[in-house]
Design a protein around this ligand. Structure first.
Ligand code: NDP
Length: 330
């Protein structure tokens, strides 16, 4: 941090995270001059380094520096703070289904809170555009092409977070498809796709993340379910079945991993204005949807809820968030 003429030269001591292999537990302390700039942002800066320091201190001494650590080291060397400061500074998040709708908004929201984000989905171009925007806003994100129905790809997505950023604190299992139709239509390929993406894809990514989170001593898994995970109606049966499964898996998982410091949150949106309904092939259902006249939620409304849940202190486990548009009855 450079002094400008006329600024105070008062200093406080902040941890320098340029962790040296032989001295990882005793970082040196570089002076942080306090000038006449915004004091609150400096306090946040200090908070961030303290939490980073605690984390760095708990790491194995010979581990190579991750991209996140290197970015931090570089910014500390230059004496600059990261332009994005928030509740998730120093955290690393993976978001599936990040190429549109709720996933895309969630990447922006988590990045806006200071997390480094790995954005996964099949449409690479969409992801790259998203990452460009995040980077322009001063955030840190990477795009990873991933089909969550492929177990290896789902594991590779989580592994990529660890390779690039050294850890995974948050997994948002958001990828999903909703192919509504009456059961009697027998659209078995669509039933399979829904269970593959909404349930198995979520399980594959979760499996990969839990292993890493247990090693780290904690983490947070957010599963995007639906109002349809609580109740059902005609044409929604199979989709509902996948979301009931998401809720059941999430609650069991919550109980299984709480001793490991891993929190589990289920988010259950009502109608949100996204591309989700574009993929419905049943004309009858499509026509019915067009008649809906309520004002839907926006993807950002759900992304804010995710950011709220993961931004809580470790003692707080937000288990379930149900969010409907104000005018939605069921
Ligand atoms: P979108 O269609 O906009 O987003 C769905 C995302 O899932 C896309 O990014 C898509 O990316 C991804 N996806 C689909 N298949 C796969 C796959 N095989 N592998 C990886 N990613 C995949 O819809 P929403 O944002 O609305 O949906 C997000 C979640 O919210 C879903 O789980 C949905 O069930 C849930 N939800 C949505 C509601 C709504 O009204 N919109 C209401 C309740 C819940 P790509 O095609 O690039 O792979």
């Amino acid at each position: 941090m450079q002094h400008r003429a006329g600024e105070s030269k008062e200093t406080v001591f902040s941890p320098d995270l340029q962790v040296k292999p032989a001295d990882a537990r005793r970082p040196s302390f570089a002076p942080l001059p306090i000038g006449s700039e915004d004091v609150r942002s400096k306090i946040r800066w200090i908070d961030r380094w303290v939490s980073e320091y605690q984390w760095a201190s708990s790491r194995h001494e010979t581990q190579p520096m991750s991209r996140l650590q290197m970015a931090d080291r570089d910014s500390s060397t230059r004496g600059e703070v990261s332009p994005v400061m928030g509740r998730l500074n120093g955290k690393v998040a993976v978001v599936t289904g990040a190429s549109s709708g709720i996933g895309e908004a969630t990447v922006r929201a988590l990045s806006g809170e200071g997390a480094a984000v790995v954005a996964g989905a099949r449409r690479r171009e969409r992801l790259e555009k998203l990452v460009e925007g995040v980077t322009r806003d001063g955030g840190n994100a990477i795009a990873v092409e991933c089909d969550v129905t492929d177990e290896e790809q789902a594991h590779a997505l989580v592994d990529r977070a660890i390779e690039e950023f050294g850890r995974i604190d948050v997994l948002v299992n958001n990828a999903g498809v909703m192919l509504l139709s009456k059961v009697e239509k027998g659209l078995s390929e669509e039933w399979r796709r829904m269970f593959d993406v909404n349930v198995l894809g979520l399980l594959y990514a979760t499996d990969a993340a839990i292993e890493a989170m247990k090693r780290q001593g904690g983490g947070h898994i957010v599963n995007v379910s639906s109002v349809a995970g609580r109740k059902t109606r005609p044409t929604v049966g199979v989709y509902s079945g996948t979301k009931f499964a998401v809720n059941a898996v999430s609650e069991a998982l919550r109980q299984e991993v709480l001793e490991d410091g891993i929190r589990v949150t289920v988010v259950e949106p009502g109608a949100v204005a996204t591309e989700l309904t574009d993929h419905i092939t049943d004309e009858e259902v499509r026509a019915g949807l067009k008649q809906r006249s309520i004002e839907p939620l926006q993807p950002e409304d759900i992304a804010d809820a995710v950011a709220y849940a993961v931004g809580q202190p470790q003692r707080v486990s937000v288990n379930e968030i149900l969010i409907r548009p104000t005018q939605q009855t069921n």
